[in-house]
Design a protein around this ligand. Structure first.
Ligand SMILES: Cc1ncc(COP(=O)(O)O)c(C=O)c1O
Length: 365
């Protein structure tokens, strides 16, 4: 952010002056960089995705003159088919960050407290502030094992958002626990952010027909290797989807461009590739965990494409710095309770081995 003087700041609206924006994981241009800091997939998307993107232009570059389908109907149909829901249950947005923003606006902007854990996706407090509901937000601490205690979510509220598996802890919550939250809150919307669900957790999409207050949010950025395209989606009953559509059409009618629609459709149609890539990441994760435990790390049980690990004998900030000096970037959060942990994205086996070798032979010697 450039240095802005108070005099220049007078042009900013009072609300914007107060904003504390989300800080995304860095995307540095360093030679021989090993980037394990933003939970991207280490594998490319399906070859069918690449062909679909190319065919947008090969068919006729003239299509770029025209707006894309504001409803992204082909994409909604592909998602509905893959998720075994009706197309009326699907909402799509420009990355799940945008879908989440619309969720906050559609359901959470009211005068009752919004509930979420103290350690969770750090965009939630940013949205709370952006939509003017931070003072109503009630932050509920995870227990000492960094788990969600569902009993905490049985109190008056104006909405609940839970990441499952949670980030950055990587720990998953079972569907019966999620059902307890849904049943205890029949009059508020319960959002389950499943950005990482495909790497080993149970999806709550199967509960959408049963609960009229459930919204499940997912993304193509992680398990489908499409972070660069920005496609996220929500699954819910049509009366909730209608609220999201109302917000979306009051903000940006064309959030998903032609390339993103074509690519995401191809990805949802190539289920075989998707399942195989997720499985590869899961197998690599288990090996990396074993290797890090052998080096003395404590690693929380992960159902995601990242792990949350600490090394009791070494300061996590120092460790992140030492890795960075050797071209390996992991995510360090200088925040209460988690400032001795590193969030490490699962790479390919070769990338993970480089991390382990660097720790073993260069840093922990
Ligand atoms: C828990 C969680 N939700 C949502 C997102 C946003 O994903 P995207 O906007 O790429 O779909 C992320 C990204 O890191 C995340 O960690």
């Amino acid at each position: 952010m450039p240095n802005i003087s108070p005099e220049q700041m007078r042009f900013w609206s009072p609300e914007v002056r107060e904003l504390e924006p989300y800080v995304p994981g860095e995307q540095p241009k360093i030679q021989n960089l090993l980037k394990l800091n933003t939970n991207e997939n280490p594998y490319p998307p399906s070859p069918k995705v690449v062909a679909a993107v190319q065919s947008v232009l090969i068919d006729s570059a003239d299509v770029l003159r025209l707006y894309p389908d504001p409803d992204a109907s082909a994409l909604k149909h592909a998602i509905a088919k893959q998720q075994h829901v009706d197309v009326a249950n699907v909402f799509v947005g420009n990355g799940s960050d945008e879908v989440l923003a619309h969720i906050f606006k559609a359901f959470f902007v009211q005068d009752k407290p919004i509930l979420y854990p103290d350690i969770t996706y750090s965009f939630y407090p940013v949205y709370s502030q952006f939509f003017g509901i931070s003072t109503q937000t009630k932050i509920l601490p995870l227990n000492d094992d960094f788990e969600i205690d569902v009993a905490d979510y049985k109190q008056p509220n104006g909405g609940i958002i839970i990441t499952n598996p949670n980030a950055p802890t990587s720990i998953a919550l079972g569907l019966s626990a999620i059902e307890q939250v849904l049943q205890a809150n029949p009059d508020s919307v319960v959002v389950i952010d499943e950005a990482y669900v495909d790497f080993g957790a149970e999806s709550a999409v199967s509960l959408v027909e049963k609960y009229e207050n459930l919204v499940v949010c997912q993304t193509t950025s992680k398990s489908r290797s499409l972070a660069g395209l920005r496609v996220g989606f929500a699954i819910a009953r049509p009366h909730l989807i209608a609220a999201l559509e109302a917000v979306k059409n009051s903000f940006n009618s064309y959030p998903i461009d032609r390339f993103a629609i074509a690519a995401a459709v191809a990805s949802f149609e190539d289920q075989e590739y998707f399942v195989a890539q997720c499985q590869k990441v899961i197998v690599s994760r288990d090996k990396l965990v074993a290797d890090l435990v052998a080096l003395g790390f404590k690693v929380l049980p992960s159902s995601a494409n990242f792990i949350f690990a600490c090394l009791p004998s070494k300061d996590a900030g120092e460790l992140a710095k030492a890795l960075r000096e050797r071209g390996i970037i992991v995510r360090y959060f200088n925040k209460p309770r988690i400032d001795q942990f590193l969030r490490i994205t699962i790479g390919t086996d070769e990338q993970n081995q480089r991390l382990v070798d660097t720790l073993k032979h260069e840093i922990l010697v």
